[in-house]
Design a binder for this molecule. Structure first.
Ligand code: CS2
Length: 470
C-alpha cells in the first residue's frame, strides 16, 4: 500500500498520551514521512493513565488498523510505526529512561487540555494542582510536565541535547504554552536546568486537525469484516487531515513531515486561531446545544435544519474575529467544515466533545467573544453556546435526568449552578469562576449571556437556537 514502510525503524520519538487521535494522526504522518524519505522515527507510545491500549496492541506487535470513513466508503490501512507502548503508572522509570535515550530527538504530546495542569484562562502553570505539587517534590513524576522536565534533567546530566517538545493538543499557541509550563516547573526545581532548557530547548507550535471519534465495539466488528483480521484497537477517522508545524527543531532533527503532506511554516498562529475558533469553537457550541436538544452526534445535530442554520450563524459571528492565514478563504473553510460535520459515517458524539468544557471554552469561544464585544459587535449565537454550556454543567437535562458531566471542575461548576435558582443567578455564579472567565471577560459577558440563558431556560434549547439562527 502506498506510504507503508518496508523496514522496522529504530525509535526516535516518544509520544506521551497515546489515544486514538495521535494513532489516527501523528502515527500516520510519521509512517508516511519515513516511507517517503527514510529515517529512524519509530515511536514509543506512553499511556499516562490506563493500560488498555498497551494490552490491546501487545498481541498485535503494536500494529493496528487505521480506518478512513469517507461518505462514499471506508478504507483501511495497517500502521506499524509503534515500537512499544509503556504505561506510566505501572513503570514510570521505563518512561523516563526511554525519554532520556540520545536517539530520541522528539517528544510528541496529546494529553488533552487538562493534561497540561495549567490555568485555562491565563495559560499559567497551576502550582496548586496535586500532580504538580507532588512532581515538584518527587523524582518519579505522574504529570506530563513532570515527565518532560525530569527527562530533560537526565539528558542534561548525561550531556545529551534536549529533545524537541512537539505538542499536538488544541491549545492556543500550544508550543509557547507548554514551553512556559516547562520553564516554570524547571525553574522551581533547578534554575540552572531552566537556563539550559531556555537556551537549548525547542517547542514548536502546531495546528493539528483530524476528526477522530472514540472507537466503538461496532467498529471492531466492522474492521474484522473489512480486513479479515481481528484488531483489538483500531482507530476510525475522517479523510480530512491537516498538520501545520513551525519548523524549529533541536539540531533540525525531524521526520520529513512535508513529504507526508504537513505544512512546515515559520509561524503557525493564524492557522491555529482559525482552527480553534472556527472548528473547535463550533464543535463545542454544537456539542452543548445539540446534546441538550437530544442529538447524539455532530452529524445528527447538523442534519437538523435549525442547527444547520445555527452553525452558519456561528461562523458569521466568528469570521470577523479571525485573521485568515495567507491564501485561505474563511468562508470556504467554513463550507468545508460543514461538509466534514455532516459526514454520516463519522459518529462523533456530542457527549464526547462536551467533555472538559472548562478547559476548552476559553480558547474556543471566549476569546472570539471578547474580540467581538470589545469591537462593539454583538454575538448572540456564541453567547447562547456559553449559556448552553452553563446549562449542561448544571448536570440535569431538559427532561430532568442526570447528565454524566466529565470535567476536572465538574463539582465546582455544579455547586455554582446549584447555588442559585434562576438562570440570572446561575450565570452570575458561573461567570465568577476565574479559572474559566477572566474578570474583564466575565463583566462583558454578563448581560448578553444572561439574556441567552433566560431564553434557553424558559423556551428550551431548540427554540432558543432557532431564535438566534433566524
Ligand atoms: C473536538 C476535537 O473533542 C473535541 O473537543 O472538538 O477533538 C476535534 O474533533 C479535533 O480537534 C478535530 O481536529
Amino acid at each position: 500500500m502506498p506510504g507503508d514502510l518496508s523496514y522496522r525503524p529504530k525509535t526516535g520519538i516518544v509520544h506521551l498520551g497515546l489515544g486514538a487521535f495521535f494513532r489516527a494522526f501523528g502515527c500516520v504522518f510519521i509512517q508516511d514521512a519515513m516511507a517517503a524519505s527514510g529515517g529512524d522515527w519509530g515511536i514509543v507510545g506512553v499511556s499516562l493513565r490506563s493500560p488498555d491500549t498497551r494490552d490491546a496492541l501487545r498481541g498485535q506487535d503494536w500494529g493496528y488498523t487505521s480506518v478512513t470513513l469517507a461518505p462514499e466508503g471506508e478504507k483501511t490501512r495497517w500502521i506499524t510505526v509503534l515500537n512499544d507502548v509503556l504505561v506510566a503508572p505501572e513503570d514510570p522509570e521505563s518512561v523516563l529512561s526511554a525519554m532520556a535515550q540520545p536517539e530520541v530527538r522528539i517528544v510528541t504530546l496529546t494529553v488533552t487540555e487538562k493534561g497540561y495542569c495549567h490555568n485555562p484562562a491565563t495559560g499559567a502553570l497551576n502550582v496548586d494542582h496535586p500532580d504538580i505539587q507532588r512532581d515538584l517534590t518527587q523524582d518519579v513524576p505522574v504529570s506530563a510536565i513532570g515527565f518532560l522536565v525530569r527527562a530533560l534533567q537526565r539528558r542534561r546530566a548525561a550531556g545529551t541535547a534536549p529533545f524537541t517538545v512537539l505538542t499536538c493538543d488544541n491549545l492556543p499557541e500550544n508550543g509557547r504554552l507548554v514551553r512556559g509550563l516547562v520553564m516554570d516547573f524547571a525553574r522551581r526545581l533547578d534554575p540552572a536546568l531552566a537556563d539550559w532548557i531556555e537556551a537549548e530547548g525547542k517547542f514548536p507550535c502546531t495546528m493539528v486537525d483530524r476528526i477522530t471519534p472514540a472507537t466503538t465495539s461496532a467498529d471492531l466488528v466492522r474492521v474484522a469484516e473489512l480486513t479479515g483480521r481481528p484488531d483489538a484497537a483500531p482507530v476510525v477517522h475522517e479523510p480530512f487531515v491537516q498538520w501545520v508545524i513551525e519548523d524549529d527543531f533541536v539540531g533540525g532533527a525531524r521526520p520529513d513531515f512535508a513529504a507526508a503532506g504537513a505544512e512546515m511554516v515559520r509561524d503557525v498562529t493564524a492557522h491555529e486561531h482559525m482552527k480553534l475558533r472556527m472548528l473547535n469553537g463550533t464543535h463545542s457550541a454544537l456539542a452543548y446545544t445539540g446534546y441538550l436538544a437530544g442529538h447524539e452526534t455532530i452529524a445528527d445535530t447538523v442534519g437538523d435544519p435549525v442547527f444547520a442554520a445555527y452553525v452558519r450563524r456561528l461562523w458569521s459571528e466568528i469570521i470577523p474575529a479571525v485573521q485568515a492565514p495567507e491564501g485561505v478563504s474563511l468562508t470556504e473553510y467554513a463550507d468545508a467544515l460543514f461538509d466534514r460535520y455532516a459526514n454520516p459515517r463519522i459518529r462523533h458524539r456530542t457527549w464526547q466533545i462536551a467533555m472538559d468544557g472548562s478547559q476548552k471554552l476559553p480558547q474556543r469561544i471566549l476569546g472570539t467573544l471578547a474580540t467581538n464585544l470589545s469591537a462593539g459587535r454583538g454575538a448572540p449565537a456564541l453567547c447562547l453556546a456559553v449559556a448552553a454550556w452553563m446549562r449542561y454543567v448544571g448536570g440535569v437535562n431538559e427532561q430532568g435526568q442526570e447528565i454524566d458531566v466529565r470535567d476536572p471542575l465538574a463539582a465546582r461548576l455544579r455547586d455554582a449552578s446549584e447555588s442559585a435558582e434562576t438562570p440570572e443567578g446561575k450565570v452570575a455564579a458561573l461567570l465568577a469562576i476565574r479559572d474559566v472567565f477572566p474578570a474583564d471577560v466575565a463583566e462583558r459577558l454578563s448581560d448578553p449571556v444572561t439574556q441567552a440563558a433566560i431564553r434557553l431556560w424558559s423556551n428550551g434549547t431548540r427554540a432558543a437556537v432557532e431564535e438566534v439562527a433566524r
